[in-house]
Design a binder for this molecule. Structure first.
Ligand SMILES: [Cu+2]
Length: 152
């Protein structure tokens, strides 16, 4: 007689477990390393539309902080990373993230010193396309510290 009562909660718990498992496996984990050579590794990241992305930026440098800081900024599709970098170049007061171009930035990690790392979690854009990213530390993206997030 009690089977009905026992079975229903068990079924609900099972459904909840399955649901949370599906959500966890849907997270794209990205380890993004930033090097003295002014490169990101990887420089191409592919995600699904709207996918949850857990991204850890690590500054792999062992130079003094003043010599080698890196950040990571994901821009809107169609945004020009070269223009962003050019404006950012002289904007030390804003950590090279100019307020006038804040609308171009989807998400980012601000400047990290040598051997520092920081993790952010964000939702990938829903619209398929190529979203440029860069390090806005002066001169870095011009020397190759840029890449692309592909939403597909
Ligand atoms: Cu950099």
């Amino acid at each position: 007689m009690n089977i009905g009562r026992v079975f229903l909660p068990f079924g609900l718990i099972l459904a909840m477990l399955v649901g949370s498992y599906a959500a966890t496996s849907d997270v794209k984990v990205v380890k993004l390393d930033a090097y003295n050579t002014l490169r990101f590794s990887p420089n191409k990241i592919q995600v699904q539309p709207g996918q949850t992305v857990k991204l850890t930026l690590k500054n792999e440098s062992d130079l003094p902080r003043t010599a080698m800081q890196h950040d990571w900024l994901l821009l809107r599709a169609g945004s020009d990373a070269k223009i962003y970098a050019k404006v950012a170049l002289t904007d030390k007061a804003d950590n090279y993230m100019p307020k006038s171009l804040a609308g171009e930035v989807i998400v980012g990690v601000s400047l990290l010193g040598p051997q520092e790392s920081h993790t952010i979690t964000f939702k990938a854009p829903e619209t398929p396309g190529a979203y440029p990213f860069l390090c806005s530390s002066p001169g870095h993206s011009g020397d190759g510290m840029s890449g692309v997030l592909i939403v597909k």
